[in-house]
Design a protein around this ligand. Structure first.
Ligand SMILES: NC(=O)c1ccc[n+]([C@@H]2O[C@H](COP(=O)([O-])OP(=O)(O)OC[C@H]3O[C@@H](n4cnc5c(N)ncnc54)[C@H](O)[C@@H]3O)[C@@H](O)[C@H]2O)c1
Length: 433
């Protein structure tokens, strides 16, 4: 159904040159690297950029150069939409602003391609769902994590019923002291921007759970705290470049060694004061770095999930407990010199045997997943949706609502029911789209 949604949204949407007119708001790292350069490379016969918009006047010009396009650039979103009338709008701004552009974009007549998280609180979520209904426009949410071959194989094995009905899941995700720390340097460190990592990061993981379990979340309870970053250090500064503790801080990050970051952020800092190499010890950090969440699904599946953002290594472990057996999967960090380039899935059937499935992970762009996601978005007729990976607004909402419910639960100390947050009633079997 979701694939049909994308296909429908393509009909009758061509420019005089017969190409789909694309605009992008939020021309930072993700916008340019995932939805800019590769889209132009892969779909130049089908789409063309007609407008780029960002609140940072310098960054939007840098993005135009990076993309090598000749379209107009804007810092005024309304002006772009009125002048360029794009068919589709790509939303890649700071998370807490997605709602504003998704809603306005649809009101201006565009279908939406939005990055995760769908949005950052329940009120914004309801507003987006209402606007989609009212305008009749469509929202595609780009859950790239669904597309990695390893996760796709897990989906396929679970649907084959090899472990029987799933009753519970143990899921633990580790962000290391490089990748994890980076969230505490950037705009993500403030709840008002990212909704916390429970929304910004974990919405990927919650979406995987919803998709794998094939049900919708009903009730959430959570704990969380900030134990490592932020105020938990004896020294701090504003940013790494000007820091007097450079030589003693293990989290010192030299942004000047990354030319792309220099071009996108350092050279454009004068326009908005944004420090891409902000100090991970700043006292204003108000997101959690340690989180534990319990989720009960409408199908009665129970999930124990945790997220740790200061682990020495990066990866995850997941275990699906079924009535006929157990599926275990893990991703471990690999060094470039390691020869083993497989991710494993282990199936253990009750009173039976163990079997290990090995998935080659050598192909780039998340095992080729990123490119397949772009195909689903821009050329849906050419690639079916065998594993139900294409996602719409309901999937977007259900994933971020678990994080929002978890955050509310941490704040209040009480369990939170999803149906008390928005007008959607969770279903035991997940409706697609
Ligand atoms: N799916 C994934 O794996 C993945 C990976 C990275 C980022 N993302 C998502 O992509 C989005 C962008 O993240 P990023 O890493 O590129 O961040 P970024 O900081 O590089 O880019 C965000 C851009 O939005 C602009 N912006 C901020 N507020 C704005 C506003 N009100 N109006 C217009 N522009 C505004 C900023 O100036 C910046 O250029 C986020 O929603 C993030 O969650 C997804």
């Amino acid at each position: 159904m979701a694939a049909t949604v994308f296909a429908d949204s393509l009909l009758g949407k061509f420019t005089s040159s017969n190409k789909q007119r694309l605009a992008m708001v939020g021309t930072g790292d993700r916008g340019t690297s995932m939805w800019g350069i590769p889209v132009i490379d892969e779909f130049k016969d089908l789409v063309e950029f007609v407008g780029l918009c960002d609140i940072n006047a310098g960054r939007v010009e840098t993005a135009k150069k990076i993309l090598g396009v000749s379209c107009a650039t804007y810092t005024d979103f309304d002006k772009m939409m009125k002048e360029m009338k794009p068919d589709r709008l790509i939303v890649t701004t700071v998370d807490a602003t997605h709602n504003e552009y998704i809603i306005k974009g649809m009101e201006y007549g565009a279908d939406i391609i939005t990055e995760k998280p769908f949005t950052t609180d329940e009120h914004k979520c309801q507003d987006i769902l209402d606007a989609e209904k009212k305008t009749g426009k469509k929202i595609a949410v780009t859950f790239n994590y669904r597309y990695s071959p390893h996760r796709q194989k897990i989906y396929e094995l679970l649907r084959s019923n090899v472990i029987g009905d799933i009753t519970s899941v143990d899921f633990h995700w580790y962000l290391d002291v490089y990748h994890g720390a980076d969230y505490f340097r950037r705009w993500h460190r403030l709840r008002k921007n990212s909704g916390s990592l429970l929304v910004h990061k974990a919405s990927h993981h919650f979406d995987l759970l919803n998709w794998w379990i094939d049900s919708e979340p009903e009730e959430v309870f959570a704990f969380g705290s900030l134990d490592f970053y932020g105020k938990n250090n004896s020294f701090r500064h504003t940013d790494c470049r000007s820091c007097p503790y450079k030589n003693e801080c293990q989290f010192y990050f030299d942004i000047t060694k990354n030319q792309r970051y220099v071009d996108l952020y350092v050279k454009n800092q004068q326009y908005d004061g944004y420090l891409r190499d902000g100090c991970v010890w700043r006292e204003d950090i108000d997101i959690f770095d340690k989180m534990a969440v319990q989720i009960k699904y409408a199908s009665k599946v129970q999930v124990s999930y945790s997220l740790t953002a200061y682990s020495p290594y990066e990866g995850y472990r997941i275990s699906f407990n079924g009535k006929k057996g157990k599926l275990d999967a893990w991703i471990k960090e690999r060094q470039p010199w390691e020869e083993d380039h497989f991710d494993e899935i282990q199936i253990t059937t009750s009173f039976g045997k163990k079997a290990v499935v090995r998935i080659d992970n050598r192909e780039g762009g998340h095992g080729g997943g990123d490119a397949r996601l772009r195909k689903h978005i821009f050329n849906p007729g050419n690639d079916g949706d065998t594993w139900n990976q294409a996602a719409g607004s309901r999937d977007g909402a259900m994933s971020c609502l678990i994080g929002i419910a978890a955050r509310n639960s941490i704040d209040t100390g009480k369990p939170v029911r999803i149906e008390d947050l928005v007008s959607i009633k969770p279903q035991a079997k997940r409706p697609t789209g």
